[in-house]
Design a protein around this ligand. Structure first.
Ligand code: NAP
Ligand code: GLV
Length: 306
């Protein structure tokens, strides 16, 4: 069995070593132009040439959760596309989002600014009931985030494409229930995949439906958000702030107005990182399952876009 590794922006050697240790029967190689045909591939932002030269692939494993960029390429017709299925990302996403929600709810940025000035003043406690959190996307990551938020006793709303039932979460589904979901939420967390249906979904019309003083946490993809609309609603005061991990152009260009908006907290696409050892173990297990003719979790439905 041959495995090709073609991941832009990733140090290949530790991956190659890890894959060889996990699958000693396999020949694992860093892809180069004109390389021998492989059975399986691990990819992140590969060039189209990689797939053009490897039409025989049986399965392509993304070393991330989101596959929007891969679905823009022409993939080998018979290859299954498989995304990382948690692999240690969900708990990181829960940490990031709970941090953002709690930091906003408990006014920790305000306290940090005040204490830096030598000011000792405690504010009136705020009430969780006034901070319902809406999680858009109840998949692998969104469900984990919704569960973690409900552990902190925030009222949690969730929105998905198909109806879902989740303990402690008020669920909504489909375009018809989007308005009800938004107008019941003050904090909005985006964990949708980027598809034709979801691009630009956080815009002036949808963000205006959030309860006044809304807070936006975007941890999915930059193209879900209409940047100018967020800025306008922050300036009008309808939104109190935002914490953004993903951007239309990454790295966020130096002149982008987000850098200058004090109500926006920026992180450099780091909410949930690919963990190498866990990911290798998961992918190796899936390759073995496919070789036995068994099912694997995390298969992408290209027609659906995620
Ligand atoms: P997932 O398991 O594929 O779940 C997607 C969820 O979104 C599902 O609940 C799905 O509904 C819902 N959805 C899809 N299209 C919809 C639509 N048109 N309307 C309403 N709901 C819709 O995805 P995931 O693993 O949780 O990951 C979500 C995204 O997070 C990834 O695609 C990636 O872009 C992003 N991500 C970011 C980072 C980071 O570090 N910032 C790290 C990892 C992932 P159904 O339940 O009905 O299918
Ligand atoms: C990161 O953004 C991922 O999709 O894994």
């Amino acid at each position: 069995m041959r495995i090709a590794f073609c991941c832009t922006g990733t140090e290949p050697e530790p991956w190659l070593q890890g894959l060889r240790a996990a699958l000693p029967q396999a020949q694992v190689a860093l892809w180069q132009r004109g390389a021998a045909p492989a059975d399986y591939a691990l990819v992140w932002a590969p060039p189209q040439l990689f797939f053009d030269e490897q039409p025989q692939l049986k399965a392509v494993f993304a070393i991330g959760a989101g596959v929007d960029a891969l679905l823009k390429l022409r993939l080998p017709p018979n290859a299954a596309l498989v995304r990382l299925d948690d692999a240690g990302m969900a708990v990181q996403m829960a940490e990031y989002v709970c941090h953002a929600v709690i930091r906003h709810f408990r006014e920790f940025d305000v306290y940090a600014a005040e204490t830096r000035q030598g000011q000792w003043s405690s504010h009136q406690p705020r009430h969780r009931v006034d901070f319902p959190v809406g999680v858009m996307g109840l998949g692998v990551l969104g469900q984990r985030v919704a569960r973690a938020l409900s552990q902190f006793e925030f009222p949690v709303n969730g929105w998905s494409r198909s109806p879902r039932a989740l303990d402690g979460v008020r669920t909504f589904s489909g375009p018809a229930q989007l308005d009800g979901f938004l107008s019941s939420s003050r904090v909005l967390v985006n964990l949708l995949p980027l598809t034709l249906d979801t691009q630009g979904i956080m815009n002036r019309a949808t963000l205006s439906r959030l309860l006044p003083g809304g807070y936006v946490i975007n941890v999915a993809r930059g193209a879900h958000l209409v940047d100018e609309d967020l800025l306008a609603l922050l300036e009008s005061g309808h939104l109190a702030g935002a914490m953004l991990d993903v951007f239309r152009v990454e790295p966020l260009p130096p002149g982008h107005p987000f850098w200058q908006q004090p109500k926006i907290t920026i992180t450099p696409h780091t909410a949930a990182r690919t963990l190498r050892a866990t990911s290798i173990a998961q992918i190796a297990g899936k390759i073995e399952a496919l070789e036995r003719g068994g099912p694997v979790a995390g298969r992408v439905d290209a027609g659906r876009g995620y």
